[in-house]
Ligand binder design. Structure first.
Ligand code: SF4
Length: 470
């Protein structure tokens, strides 16, 4: 058994039995659903909005080469330094090169899942830089030395009590369960960090090709401070973040907010098109944009699953997924969890090592139904399963299908097997749930459905209307 699948199974079992955790997540998501539904109802036609968003992303991704050139040319014309990174390692090296060149000591960061994907914090800290996350949820999980739990709500698995204890331990603050007081404690620490940081690192929600601008949407104003106060700003983004036109934001900003948090619009929506221009009074002196591929072009080459690049990282598919709601975000062991993580992680990190995530689904289709850009998520999970089996068939499955083919192609053998199965079924309770049980993997948590006392053919022939042969 490969390590990743073993860890996933072990962790999933542990978390699923943690009733406190389940109650916490379920109650948070129930509140999210109620707010999201109210906000969705304010759209004139949510389904048409989804269709429009899916078509816009289709155009963006299918003409990515053209849009990326337009985007970077416009950025460069205003003095932005554009960097291309084929791999996570290259992106880390580029960013390390910039911060070393600037002789920076401390770095302030706003939320960027792409940075999590390439393990940027670890690389910067190993190189001796102080990195502080400025998004409140990210700040909390950074203090806990944990990865974000969810792509939109990084600390949703924690109660106010957990956060209070953490702040007492790590920041020496007085205990409190008042959310405003907790926010003020973090704010006092963070304000100081903004002032002293030499470099600010952000992600991006969208990259507007037409104007050469990155769009950042947030609720705390921390990304604005990260971009405005340090002299050097670095934005790290995946190449799939492209939107062709500025006016596309009129749809995508409310859609991201609605699907992501249930808000009509997030509190702060900013556009960055370059460093401080002559005559401007604020903004960074230097602006670097790092465009990350990290196997996204391989996904682009896959016509069947290319639409996974339409993802706007709203997190809605995680929120409705019955598996995510039970096993929680950390169990996946990946940057991107839930249905979208299960679809793209095998592409980003290797199909054979991560194929098990495509089985962590009930295939109920709730993810596909909720996705604002209409990614066919549950079908992609099936395609990942098929691709993994085609590339490297499991010995047990191969043998089982060979036996099955052998039996069903021989009517006499099939009739004998049916009779034998019905007979053996009577003795099944004696071994059920033990290692002697041939269906152990199934029966340790579920009931084995009984074999029907009569097949359809037997039933039909008994009715005497006509006879089914064979
Ligand atoms: S796949 Fe769809 S629902 Fe899931 S995070 Fe991406 S855009 Fe949101």
């Amino acid at each position: 058994m490969r390590a990743f699948v073993g860890e996933f199974k072990e962790q999933a079992e542990k978390v699923t039995h943690d009733l406190r955790h389940r109650e916490l997540i379920q109650s948070a998501l129930r509140k999210y659903e109620a707010t999201r539904d109210k906000t969705k109802a304010a759209f004139q036609d949510w389904e048409r909005a989804r269709q429009g968003a899916a078509e816009t992303k289709w155009t963006a991704i299918n003409h990515l080469d053209k849009h990326l050139v337009e985007f970077t040319d416009k950025l460069a014309a205003r003095g932005t330094k554009v960097h291309w990174a084929s791999t996570g390692q290259q992106a880390r090296d580029i960013i390390l090169g910039i911060v070393r060149d600037k002789k920076a000591r401390s770095i302030i960061k706003s939320k960027a899942m792409t940075a999590e994907e390439i393990h940027l914090n670890e690389a910067l800290e190993e190189a001796g830089f102080e990195v502080v996350e400025s998004d409140l949820g990210e700040f909390i999980v950074q203090l806990r030395k944990e990865a974000p739990y969810h792509i939109v709500f990084p600390a949703m698995h924690l109660t106010r009590g957990d956060i209070s204890e953490l702040f007492v331990r790590e920041l020496g603050s007085a205990p409190t369960q008042n959310p405003e007081d907790l926010t003020m404690i973090a704010r006092r620490v963070l304000r100081q960090k903004y002032v002293t940081a030499d470099v600010g690192i952000t992600g991006a929600n969208f990259a507007v090709a037409e104007t050469g601008m990155i769009s950042i949407t947030e609720n705390e104003g921390n990304a604005r401070l990260t971009a405005a106060l340090p002299k050097v700003m670095i934005s790290l983004l995946g190449i799939e973040k492209i939107l062709p036109r500025l006016e596309d934001l009129a749809l995508f900003l409310p859609m991201l907010a609605t699907a992501g948090t249930g808000q009509p619009l997030t509190c702060y929506n900013s556009l960055y098109g370059g460093p401080r221009q002559p005559g401007e009074s604020d903004g960074p002196e230097e602006f670097h944009v790092v465009l990350l591929d990290n196997r996204r072009t391989e996904l682009l080459a896959d016509a069947e699953q290319r639409d996974a690049l339409h993802c706007i990282r709203c997190g809605a598919c995680l929120n409705v997924c019955p598996i995510f709601r039970n096993v929680g975000g950390h169990t996946y062991g990946t940057t991107y969890s839930g249905p979208i993580g299960s679809v793209i992680t095998p592409h980003l990190r290797g199909l054979q090592d991560w194929k098990h995530l495509s089985y962590a689904s009930s295939l109920c289709g709730a993810c596909t139904e909720t996705c604002p850009v209409k990614i066919n998520l549950h079908h992609h999970l099936l395609q990942n399963r098929r691709n993994a089996a085609r590339e490297k068939p499991a010995f047990g499955e191969k043998l089982a299908f060979k036996l099955f083919t052998l039996v069903v192609n021989r009517p006499g053998l099939y009739t004998f097997a049916k009779k034998a199965a019905r007979l053996l079924q009577k003795f099944h309770p004696l071994v059920k749930g033990t290692r002697l049980d041939p269906a152990y993997e199934w029966t340790k948590t579920r009931e084995l459905p009984p074999i029907a006392p009569q097949t359809f053919k037997e039933y039909w022939n008994q009715k005497g209307v006509s006879k089914i042969e064979g």
